[in-house]
Design a protein around this ligand. Structure first.
Ligand code: CA
Length: 490
């Protein structure tokens, strides 16, 4: 079995030229060869901002770049036909495809409606401000460009519970519709964080739940993804996705994989959510992302022994999808917390070379982000390749120093020459004796990350004193692996 490695195959600032699905097809074999075998593709349906939409301002989930809506036929990424071809291309060569599902909100409605609503305090969504007032809101979605194809369902204010814009009064605010409540249970920030943006889907309304469940089945039948990446789960009634996933899995007859975005650094919130959904999905390891951020920005003061504490990787490895950055944390985006470039190889060595969780590599790290003149993380392809071929076997930790920490993978019989030693520091250079196992006795080990390092020799008892330069990571491999890396990785 080959290690699983996911890639988030987009960043925020891809060009809006409708050619992205073609790029996917063109790059698929290269990334598969490198070690990627799961891919998370961006939301493939029409957003309110049409060809410029990254995909999270959802307008019509049935329009995969097929109808002249919101100013164009294609989405930012291309047409429905190209999308389906890209999905098939990935699957044909052994890459599983995960589709991005955004069911918290919609935006770009076709018509306004007049509703009574009460304004809430944005900082405390259970506190009303003023009297019930008539508001003009964008809540009627009729999709005239699609004209009932695939589904004749249209949306109105009864399918939502609130919005943030009164068209008649030209006023922003958190407006809860008359007769509605924010859904429970959702994240408790601002008392109740059901409302995020746009018009908020009311998941207490059975008609709304049926609409998004019917759509999910249609999507499975039409696109045939291997599973889903699920957006904004903390803003949706927690029990909703437990039931939605069950119904869709029953429909497809497959126990497909799903990973949710619960954006919180608090491990207890994530484990609670996993409990409520009965582990029917995994979650992105947001606490680990923030540990990386803390370690990288502490000027060497962060205690590296704590790096993995209170993360999903430690607490719920079976349900952890680890990552370093994503389209929301990159510069200019809503959750900006981009890991500084010097620390990126350290962070990626953690998520890619350890045995817990499924790592998710960010497109912007793999290829760079031209919009912000950010280059690709230089060693990332190497680490993905090392994971694919050599990061196997028993894992032993050496998180025993406040700056220089490491771990070894002792290799297994199934993967030739597998086994490696990883040593990292967020401060000064250092060294550490680690045990690779006696089967490596007498072998020379080389640092695959920096070919100028002198090799070290493994002693008869399986130990060697590995070393690392300041603010970096070294990944020690035997001579055969070193040769493979030199020959096959740019
Ligand atoms: Ca919501």
């Amino acid at each position: 079995m080959e290690n699983k490695t996911m890639m988030q195959y987009f960043e925020w600032y891809l060009p809006g030229n409708g050619l992205f699905w073609d790029r996917c097809i063109a790059q698929a074999e290269k990334i598969k060869e490198n070690g990627i075998n799961m891919i998370w593709l961006p939301p493939a349906y029409k957003g309110a901002t049409g060809i410029n939409s990254v995909g999270y301002d959802v307008y019509d989930t049935y329009d995969l770049g097929e109808f002249d809506q919101r100013g164009s036929v294609p989405t930012k990424y291309g047409t429905r036909e190209q999308y389906l071809k890209a999905v098939k291309k990935f699957q044909d060569i052994g890459i599983e495809v995960y589709a991005d599902v955004v069911l918290n909100h919609m935006t770009g409605a076709d018509e306004v409606e007049e509703v009574y609503a009460v304004e809430n305090n944005p900082e405390n969504r259970e506190e009303e401000i003023g009297e019930k007032t008539k508001r003009t809101v964008w809540t009627k979605f009729t999709f005239p460009g699609r004209n009932g194809k695939y589904s004749d369902f249209t949306w109105d204010h009864t399918n939502f519970n609130g919005t943030d814009w009164d068209e008649a009064g030209k006023q922003y605010g958190i407006f809860l519709f008359d007769g509605k409540a924010w859904n429970n249970e959702t994240d408790d920030e601002f008392a109740n964080f059901d409302y995020l943006m746009g018009t908020d889907l009311d998941m207490e309304n059975p008609e709304t739940v049926k609409a998004v469940t019917d759509w999910g089945k249609w999507y499975l039948d039409t696109v045939n993804p291997n599973g889903f990446r699920i957006d904004a789960v903390k803003h949706i009634r927690f029990e909703f996705y437990r039931d939605w996933l069950k119904e869709l899995r029953d429909h497809s007859g497959k126990d497909f994989f799903a990973v949710g975005e619960y954006w919180s650094s608090e491990i207890d919130k994530l484990t609670h959510y996993l409990d409520v959904v009965e582990n029917s999905m995994s979650l992105f390891d947001v606490p680990l992302h923030f540990s990386f951020q803390d370690a990288a920005t502490s000027n060497g003061q962060y205690d590296m022994r704590k790096l993995l504490e209170n993360t999903l990787l430690s607490e719920r490895p079976e349900n952890a999808v680890t990552f370093v950055d994503n389209h929301d944390t990159q510069p200019g985006q809503s959750l900006f917390s981009f890991i500084p470039s010097w620390f990126k190889p350290i962070a990626y060595s953690i998520i890619l070379l350890r045995n817990e969780g499924i790592p998710c590599v960010f497109y912007g790290d793999y290829y760079g982000i031209p919009n912000d003149n950010i280059p690709a993380v230089p060693s990332l392809k190497k680490l993905v390749y090392l994971r694919k071929k050599y990061a196997y076997g028993e894992q032993e930790d050496y998180f025993d120093d406040d700056s220089v920490v490491g771990f070894v993978r002792k290799g297994d019989d199934e993967h030739e020459n597998s086994g490696l030693a990883v040593l990292m520091t967020n401060a000064e250079c250092g060294s550490k004796v680690m045990n690779m196992g006696e089967k490596f006795a007498g072998q020379k080990f080389y640092n695959a990350m920096d070919l100028t390092y002198q090799p070290v020799t493994v002693e008869d008892d399986g130990t060697a004193e590995f070393y690392v330069d300041g603010g970096s990571v070294s990944v020690w491999v035997n001579e055969e692996v070193y040769r493979d890396i030199c020959l096959n990785i740019e």
